[in-house]
Ligand binder design. Structure first.
Ligand code: FE2
Length: 331
């Protein structure tokens, strides 16, 4: 039996922003009661070029009212986009995660009272995903929104307010330093062990990977590893004349804090010069002003263009579960 086409409309959402006449985020709402997952997959296959463009232009597309409630259904929805997968095992992410399917994993196992500051996913590493999917399996009782910030708009604001700082970001790039534990530490938002991060059983094989990636490093007495990235870009030109504040500065400066890590030592310019903490406070405050909080409803999916939009996590109470999936860089 052929599937009936579903009805999907662009809908408003409370607190929605608008930049250059384009809503942020863009919301695609399914209005067909009892739509089958097969008909949704078909709709995605037919619309994926448009949806991908919308993610780039608008920054984020939220899918609401679609018949998706399990990790398996989410996996099928995501596969219909036909993006190449970015597996967690291959990433250098600091977060501890648990896979549900080959493509879908829990967004971050960090405790509910830990705020995850705005960041571009893995912008502190040479290998980052181009796009992200988030899925609300279970909304929090209170809080737990995913803050999103248009990084191109932030960049324009910063260029006006802090031209010297922006020039330093563009010309010098950034170095990130962090200390990884010898075993996964689920109490930290950045508790992934060096073995898991570098897919290494021994120090020698970790060193091989570090060398290939251009990192410098030091082994600490307690078995932890302190590593510093090669110089990474702080600004990305995503389309001619459209630049984003593509880095991990806000999170590294304000959020890379746990029993091992001191945020004031986490990041410097590429020439080793230090960042001005007052400027960084203002940058974080402007980013917060520009933030839209995704008011998660059960079953919502968000497609975030990681090159355009930063994300984070608000603290929460209750059994919030947000799942994620990453798309490889070369998509
Ligand atoms: Fe993230």
């Amino acid at each position: 039996m052929a599937d009936v086409p579903i009805e999907v409309v662009v809908a408003p959402v409370e607190g929605q922003q608008s930049f250059g006449g384009e809503p942020f985020p863009l919301v695609q709402e399914c209005r067909s009661d009892g739509a089958s997952l097969e008909s949704v997959e078909e709709w995605v296959r037919q619309s994926r070029a448009t949806l991908d463009r919308q993610a780039l232009v608008n920054g984020t597309v939220v899918f609401r009212g679609f018949p998706i409630s399990t990790d398996q259904e989410l996996d099928r929805f995501i596969r219909a986009f036909d993006y190449p997968n970015f597996p967690y095992e291959e990433s250098l992410s600091n977060a501890v995660r648990v896979n549900r399917t080959e493509r879908v994993f829990t967004a971050n196992e960090a405790p509910s009272d830990v705020t995850i500051c705005l960041h571009h996913e893995m912008a502190q590493t040479p290998v980052y995903p181009s796009r992200l999917f988030f899925f609300c399996e279970q909304p929090a009782e209170q809080g737990g929104a995913t803050p999103l910030c248009r990084s191109d708009i932030l960049f324009e604001r910063l260029k006006e307010d802090f031209p010297e700082f922006v020039a330093d970001c563009e010309t010098k790039g950034l170095l990130y330093t962090n200390i990884m534990p010898a075993e996964n530490d689920p109490t930290s938002g950045m508790g992934r062990s060096w073995q898991s991060t570098f897919r290494a059983e021994t120090r020698e094989s970790a060193e091989e990977r570090l060398q290939t990636l251009g990192y410098s490093w030091e082994w600490l007495a307690d078995g932890c590893l302190r590593s510093t990235t090669p110089t990474l870009q702080a600004v990305m030109e995503i389309e001619p004349g459209r630049k984003t504040f593509f880095n991990q500065l806000i999170a590294a400066f304000h959020g890379w804090k746990d029993s091992r890590n001191d945020p004031t030592k986490a990041v410097t310019f590429g020439d080793g010069s230090v960042l001005n903490p007052e400027t960084m406070d203002r940058v974080a405050a402007i980013a917060e002003e520009l933030t839209f909080d995704v008011p998660w409803q059960k079953g919502d999916v968000a497609l975030v263009d990681n090159r355009v939009v930063m994300h984070g996590r608000r603290t929460f109470t209750g059994a919030r579960k947000v799942l994620a999936s990453l798309v490889a860089m070369d998509a």
